[in-house]
Design a protein around this ligand. Structure first.
Ligand SMILES: Cc1cc2nc3c(=O)[nH]c(=O)nc-3n(C[C@H](O)[C@H](O)[C@H](O)COP(=O)(O)OP(=O)(O)OC[C@H]3O[C@@H](n4cnc5c(N)ncnc54)[C@H](O)[C@@H]3O)c2cc1C
Ligand code: SF4
Length: 580
């Protein structure tokens, strides 16, 4: 159905001409306003500028450079994002009943804090979920992954640190050594150059910035201070700005309303913003535009759309908003070895991975030397099903360890030296499982509504993964470790929240059509992790980038646009009405 001719592709229709006549009376501040500058937002900005549009990017987070990035995670105010508490970093952590969700908040979105792993998902994701029959994904997506790969500078990791070698040994000991692989990453690792050596733009034929070769400091998730990580502000967003996109940092979008009483947005939109880091004087501003791209991440776009639907700004957004949220079924475990002979923080943040079974994938993750703050969250590994019994077992394990090795146990439970001695094992499962986000008053706070998670709990205890952590620890003579919140609250941590505004055939099943056009509105798109309609089982940024490339490929150049881009379900309704 969606593969055929789409009536909205043609030049301006009669309706469009009258929309245009109406909206041409007013000068617009921008053609497109993109909300959020992460993977979806930066791709959108770059491709729209290329097509001749005047583009603004509203970004809630700050702009980061090698000079203002934190050296270690102890610089909490430059790491965490919680502006009302004076924390103005690029890393956010949101607690829900079903998951603790980690995400980025910066010019460049999650790319500033992400670990640069760029993996394509297995083919089966295109044949499951609400998007499966809407496009010939398997033949269309490879070219968009290829473009994404060139733009993000994807390469196979050439730098294996001590943690990666240990992962390989643990995989051998578990009988899955053949599955060991070096990650594909978006890091500039020169094949022949010395680490740290600077090169004139190695990626975009002189259009891009100069870059330095990776020095394997393990600091990718604290923001690369060495110009080696291919963050979006050095590729997509850099090129977008260079060619005219205007980026507004520290600018939070709080409202999006259709203009001139055209409730479907055909006459354009008014976008309201406030200063995101201000407490009192929030400097409200209003901008007008013909079209909007929501790219505020899965959580950010859901939150904004719920707010706007509820306050009546965008009431026609589908009731499917917040459904089919997926977390990649993650669990964080690891191993800590006090006094280990090698510095386990050396290497890149995620240098390698293994598959311990068909569904379960483990990556070796590290933080840079001195970034020990996460050490407060790790504790002695504890098996068992969630709930009071697991907490009791954990207390027993800690006490037992204290009795057997009092000094070593105290050493592994305190944070100093954590990054040097710890290898995080990030376990992801490609199994189906989803939760729902609703816009509700939480039981403890009747004054405001918030996103609240609902549904089946995602398992925090993956027995095979715990067994693997034990094998890993045996190799180094260290301790296998769990994450404290997973044991105490049975809440898994995830950096891979996707879905909530999924691609579907109609507003009865999702929020956008297969070209990312929002059901119920014209010239409105969503390009971020929220549209992903299946559990990827791998880190999602590569797929978000490729999907955004595909979505933007459908948008006509400015000279040819009819400003009449409507989602397919609405077009069908109109065609049927016309036929009647
Ligand atoms: C520590 C960490 C490590 C990770 N490692 C990897 C990895 O190795 N590989 C991988 O594939 N993925 C990784 N991820 C996940 C990855 O960062 C996300 O999947 C990805 O960034 C999502 O892209 P996006 O386009 O959906 O949105 P994002 O990149 O999250 O960008 C959304 C942007 O919108 C902004 N925003 C939100 N609301 C508003 C608003 N109202 N107004 C204005 N701006 C707004 C936010 O500040 C943010 O900058 C990691 C994440 C974390 C936290
Ligand atoms: S390992 Fe260090 S130098 Fe290399 S990309 Fe990561 S932060 Fe940059």
């Amino acid at each position: 159905m969606a593969l055929g001719h789409d009536p909205s592709d043609t030049g301006p229709s009669d309706n469009a001409r009258s929309d245009n006549a109406r909206s041409d009376k007013r000068p617009f501040d921008f053609d497109f306003i993109v909300i959020g500058s992460g993977f979806g937002g930066s791709v959108s900005a770059h491709r729209l500028v290329e097509k001749g549009y005047k583009v603004a990017v509203m970004e809630m987070g700050r702009r980061w450079t090698p000079d203002n990035l934190p050296r270690t995670s102890w610089s909490i105010h430059r790491w965490f994002w919680r502006p009302r508490l004076g924390l103005r970093g690029f890393f956010n952590m949101r607690l829900f009943r079903h998951a603790t969700i980690f995400h980025g908040c910066a010019v460049g979105g999650g790319s500033i804090t992400y670990a640069c792993t760029l993996l394509p998902p297995p083919q089966k994701v295109w044949t499951s979920g609400s998007w499966s029959s809407l496009a010939d994904w398997q033949s269309e997506m490879p070219r968009h992954y290829e473009t994404a790969s060139n733009m993000l500078g994807l390469t196979e990791n050439k730098i294996l640190g001590p943690a990666d070698h240990l992962l390989q040994k643990a995989a051998d000991a578990s009988g899955v050594g053949h599955t060991f692989y070096c990650t594909k990453v978006g890091i500039f690792q020169s094949a022949d150059g010395t680490p740290g050596q600077t090169f004139l733009d190695p990626f975009f034929g002189g259009e891009g910035p100069a870059r330095s070769a990776c020095i394997a400091c393990g600091g990718c998730m604290m923001g690369c201070r060495h110009g080696a990580k291919n963050t979006l502000d050095l590729n997509y967003l850099y090129l977008a700005e260079k060619h005219g996109a205007k980026v507004f940092p520290e600018t939070k979008v709080v409202d999006v309303r259709p203009l001139d009483g055209a409730s479907d947005g055909s006459a354009g939109y008014e976008v309201s913003t406030v200063k995101s880091i201000a407490w009192m004087h929030r400097q409200p501003r209003r901008f007008t535009c013909r079209a909007v791209v929501f790219s505020a991440s899965s959580l950010g776009t859901m939150e904004l759309l719920f707010r706007l639907k509820e306050k009546g700004s965008l009431p026609a957004v589908s009731g499917e908003l917040g459904k089919h949220v997926r977390t990649n079924s993650e669990s964080l475990i690891g191993a800590r070895t006090p006094g280990y002979s090698q510095d386990l923080s050396q290497g890149i943040a995620i240098g390698s991975g293994v598959y311990i079974d068909e569904h379960t994938h483990i990556e070796a993750v590290r933080y840079p030397l001195g970034s020990d703050a996460m050490g407060f969250l790790t504790t002695i590994l504890t098996d068992g099903s969630p709930g009071p019994r697991r907490i009791a077992l954990w207390l027993k394990n800690v006490m037992g360890s204290m009795l057997r090795h009092p000094f070593k146990t105290v050493r592994v439970l305190q944070p100093r030296g954590w990054a040097r001695e710890f290898v995080i094992l990030l376990c992801m499962q490609a199994l189906e499982g989803e939760i729902e986000m609703r816009w509700q008053h939480p039981w403890f706070w009747p004054f405001h509504k918030f996103l609240v998670s609902r549904g089946e709990k995602v398992p925090t205890y993956i027995p095979k993964a715990n067994e693997f952590a034990k094998k890993f620890a045996q190799l180094t003579g260290g301790f296998a470790m769990s994450m404290l919140p997973e044991i105490l609250f049975d809440v898994p941590g995830t950096a891979h929240c996707i879905g909530g505004c999924v691609i579907a055939d109609s507003p009865g099943h999702g929020v956008v059509d297969h070209r990312h056009r929002v059901f119920g509105y014209k010239n409105m798109y969503i390009c971020d992790g929220s549209v992903v309609a299946a559990n990827l089982g791998v880190n999602p940024s590569f797929t978000i980038t490729a999907l955004a490339e595909r979505a933007m490929s459908f948008i006509a150049p400015k000279a040819e646009t009819g400003w009449n881009d409507a989602p397919l379900a609405i077009v069908h309704a109109k065609v049927h009405a016309d036929a009647g």
